[in-house]
Structure formats: structure tokens, C-alpha cells
Design a protein around this ligand. Structure first.
Ligand SMILES: Cc1cc2nc3c(=O)[nH]c(=O)nc-3n(C[C@H](O)[C@H](O)[C@H](O)COP(=O)(O)O)c2cc1C
Length: 294
């Protein structure tokens, strides 16, 4: 089946699927297999402390895949930047952007804090700017600032939490009503039903974070992957951490872990999501050769 959404049209990837940004993990060895499997792999620029090191990683990525991929710029909020002089602000990414554009990258994602200046620079290069945020107010503001697509992360998701964060269902159905630009669903999605449901709710693509940590190519330790696969997502302490912000500066995987039963390769993971989604569509009487939301 051919998959066509605004996301696949813009990014030229096979499936409406994008890799999350990953501090510590979002490197070429993880992102390239994601692109090779038909999604948009993402190199997380935060992981490289010099322009030379970043350029080397992009070269490694180009050796490992000839498919499209993107770069994420995770921006430290001012509070964090004040405390830590090494924290990455918008300006510290400008030289990284120049390098990535020179090397043919066309899609950039920004996250964690507003990124208007970086977004403008991305557009001056004729590239695409996708912004990721956790509340509708920030999504609307990024749309006004010119973002081409918004990833909205639900309260079920991992990453930067906001006390006013809504569920993935509310984010995507309401975002579809309130925003004019396409949306990417993120937060707690880990199987074919979650993937399809997101598209039906109005998303143009799905972002996977936690679910792809349980893959062979993810550079996390085997011990961590084992804990993830065995996570009881209905346990009280875990519930409090995810939904009541009792993280105490710890980060934890999302309830998408409930769908991770074994460690797969990224290709196996992608084929499972897409294969099962196609089976479901057929089971429901969908007879077309193309799933098209354009
Ligand atoms: C280990 C890990 C590290 C992450 N690091 C970042 C990061 O540096 N920047 C960012 O914007 N998001 C980061 N995220 C969030 C993901 O990009 C994505 O938005 C989130 O995982 C989606 O929710 P899910 O985990 O339920 O799929 C991270 C997620 C995980 C699991």
C-alpha cells in the first residue's frame, strides 16, 4: 500500500513516520536504519559538542543511508541556559545549520523552547522547519512564527513535561481544528492501532520515541532495553511519574513501552507497524491501493 500525507509529500519518505529527537542516543547508527526502513531518521545535534564532530556524524549518516533524514535542534529554555553556560541556545546552532544545509539536509526539527530565529534562518535556506512542543498555545505561536509542521507531544509522552499538557487524543483532534499547518502526533504511540488512530485523528505523521528504544540499533544498553520491555505501565509509581510529573529530574520512557514485547531491529519494528496497519485497514473493508489523506 502506498502512504500519502502532507508529511510524506514534504519529506519524500515512504511512511508517515518520524523519529523522535534523542539526547545521548540520536546518532547516525540509530537514525540511518530508521531512514532505511522508510521513516525520517533524525540526527540530534545536541549530541555533538563541536561543528567538526557534527559534520563527521552527518558524513557517517550519508555513508549509511541514501534516504532523506532530518536534524533536530533541541533548545534550552532560558532558565536552563542561565544555569548552564554550555546549554544550547538558538544562536549556538547557526553554524550547525550551515553545515547541515551544505550537506543536503532539507528538514529541521526544533524543540524544547521557541525557535523563531532558527526557523527563519531555516526558511532563508529554503528548507522545512518542524517545531515540537507540548501545549496548544506554543503550537499556535510556532504556527504564527512560520513553522511548516508541528509535533504535539501528549502528556503520555517522554521528554519535556508541561503542567498544562493534554492527552495525545485531545492534542491531535483539537490541533486539527485550531491549526492550519499539518500536525505530527507524539506521545505514548507504540503500535499499529496507535499509528492508524493518530492519522484518523488528523495527524499527517507519527513520531516514535520510546517505542524505538527497544530496537537493536538504539545505542541504549541491553540492560535498559530489558527494563523497558518489562515495564509495568499500570504500576502506581510509574503512573505518578508520567501523569503527575513526579519525575524528580529523572526522565522515563512513556507508556508506549507497554507495546514493546521484545527487542526488534528497526526494520522489523517498522514492518510490524505498517504491516499490521495495512491488515487492519483491509479487515475494516478498506480496498484502495493507497492510504491518502491529502
Ligand atoms: C531517551 C530519550 C531522549 C530524548 N531526548 C530528547 C531531546 O533531546 N530533545 C527532544 O526534543 N526530545 C527528546 N525526547 C523526546 C522524543 O523526541 C519524543 O518527543 C518522545 O519520546 C515522544 O513520546 P514517546 O516516547 O511516547 O514516543 C527524548 C525521548 C527519549 C525516550
Amino acid at each position: 500500500m502506498k502512504w500519502r500525507t502532507k508529511f510524506t509529500e514534504i519529506t519524500k519518505v515512504q511512511y508517515p513516520v518520524i523519529m523522535g529527537a534523542f539526547a545521548g542516543l540520536g546518532r547516525a547508527s540509530f537514525a540511518a536504519p530508521f531512514s532505511n526502513a522508510g521513516g525520517l531518521g533524525i540526527i540530534t545535534a545536541l549530541n555533538f559538542n563541536s561543528a567538526e564532530r557534527f559534520k563527521k556524524e552527518l558524513k557517517a549518516m550519508k555513508d549509511l543511508t541514501d534516504k532523506p533524514f532530518g536534524v533536530n535542534f533541541t533548545i534550552a529554555p532560558p532558565m536552563l541556559a542561565k544555569k548552564n553556560p554550555k546549554a544550547r541556545t538558538e544562536e549556538t546552532y547557526f553554524d550547525f545549520l550551515d553545515i547541515a544545509v551544505e550537506m543536503g539536509v532539507e528538514v529541521f526539527t526544533t524543540s524544547a523552547y521557541q525557535a523563531k530565529k532558527l526557523g527563519e534562518r531555516i526558511h532563508e535556506y529554503g528548507c522545512y522547519w518542524f517545531h515540537k512542543c507540548s501545549v496548544m498555545e506554543h503550537a499556535l505561536s510556532a504556527e504564527r512564527a512560520g513553522a511548516d509542521m508541528i509535533t504535539l507531544v501528549g502528556v503520555e509522552g517522554t521528554g519535556f513535561k508541561n503542567p498544562l499538557q493534554q492527552s495525545t487524543l485531545v492534542n491531535i483532534t483539537m490541533g486539527n481544528k485550531l491549526l492550519d499547518i499539518p500536525l505530527i502526533a507524539a506521545g505514548g504511540i507504540g503500535n499499529a492501532r496507535g499509528f492508524l488512530a493518530s492519522l484518523f485523528m488528523g495527524a499527517s505523521a507519527v513520531c516514535f520515541g520510546t517505542a524505538i528504544m527497544a530496537t537493536k540499533e538504539c545505542p541504549a544498553s541491553d540492560k535498559l532495553k530489558k527494563r523497558l520491555v518489562n515495564q509495568d505501565i499500570f504500576e502506581e509509581e510509574y503512573y505518578q511519574q508520567i501523569y503527575h510529573h513526579q519525575l524528580k529530574d529523572k526522565s522515563i520512557w512513556s507508556p508506549a513501552a507497554g507495546h514493546c514485547d521484545e527487542v526488534l531491529t528497526i526494520k522489523e519494528f517498522m514492518d510490524k507497524i505498517i504491516g499490521e496497519a495495512e491488515d487492519l485497514l483491509i479487515e475494516w473493508g478498506f480496498k484502495k491501493e493507497q492510504f491518502n489523506t491529502l
